[in-house]
Design a protein. Sequence first.
Length: 347
Amino acid sequence: MATKIEKLVADYDHQNFLRWLEEFPDQVEKACRLGQNINEAPAPPAGLVVGGMGGSGISGDLVASYCRNDAEIPVYTVRDYNLPAWVDSSFLFTAVSYSGNTEETLSLYQQAVERGCGLLVVSGGGQLIDRADEAGHPVIKIPSGQPPRASAPYLFIPLLYLLDKMGCCHGPSENDLGETLKHLGNIVEELAPGKEANFAFELVRKVYDKIPVIYGSAGMTGTLALRLKNQFNENAKMIALANELPELNHNEIMGWQQMAESPENYIALFLRDSGEHERIKKRFSISGEILSSSVAGIETMRSRGDSLFCRMMTLMLISDYTSYYAALLRHKDPSAIENIEALKKKL
Ligand code: F6R
């Protein structure tokens, strides 16, 4: 007999978004192989600037947070039409757009060409690849046909290997990858719709009819908090807030007084990782005490494994299941993004 969750999948996942979660481990492995196959790395630039929007733009933040304790050059994300004035020919500009047709990213790419930056394109097709091919700029071509937000591994992992090959940072090792694939495989099994007692689904039952307030800490979990907010927005069609410690202790913590007027409307999600600074651990604990009267509950999601790569990818996949199940509980098709498409058409 079908489980309650399988029935929701059958009723609302009209375009089989579930397959992107099930194939996530495979995508991670393929993305690593794409990165390993980069055979010509440029000389180390002054910095890496990643230009992109939405599910593509977050790849710049993912690279930056992966490398932040290791990279010898700055990694900076631009989500806009214009490059900052300081981006000059000493920088490597990487245009990341899954569709290859996002106008902000095309504008940045054009500016980077005009400024004589080193250039690289990560894309599944579209105008970006046409322009790069015409100009002879290197392209990391990723498989097309999936939603950009379900393609994060393809969109950022190859850049870790590129940075490694340029001598700017250590990309994932084969051991890291092995550990990661093992943990990701377990998560896919544990969180499958056929598993009635499924911790992501149980967690989401407390979340889907409230405003999730998602907190990580500066770096990896902070970036994943923003990504999870975006996944709740796009997959589950719900509003969500994201912020990171320690910064939120200096401002947003005061806004909790407004939330305390209707705590039943909010639920906190803490993204936790074994690599946290000792003071961040303490801040999570004290913040939780103060926050508890402003929210209906505080839930915790934890990364798994030893290597940073594994911890990052496991928390990403657990987050993705969470937003997917939120969509189903809200009776939404997780693949549909009507407002985004309507706006792009009207532009
Ligand atoms: C859709 C999604 C969006 C897109 C964004 C930019 O799944 O995640 O946030 O990523 O609209 O489009 P691309 O990625 O094609 O440049």
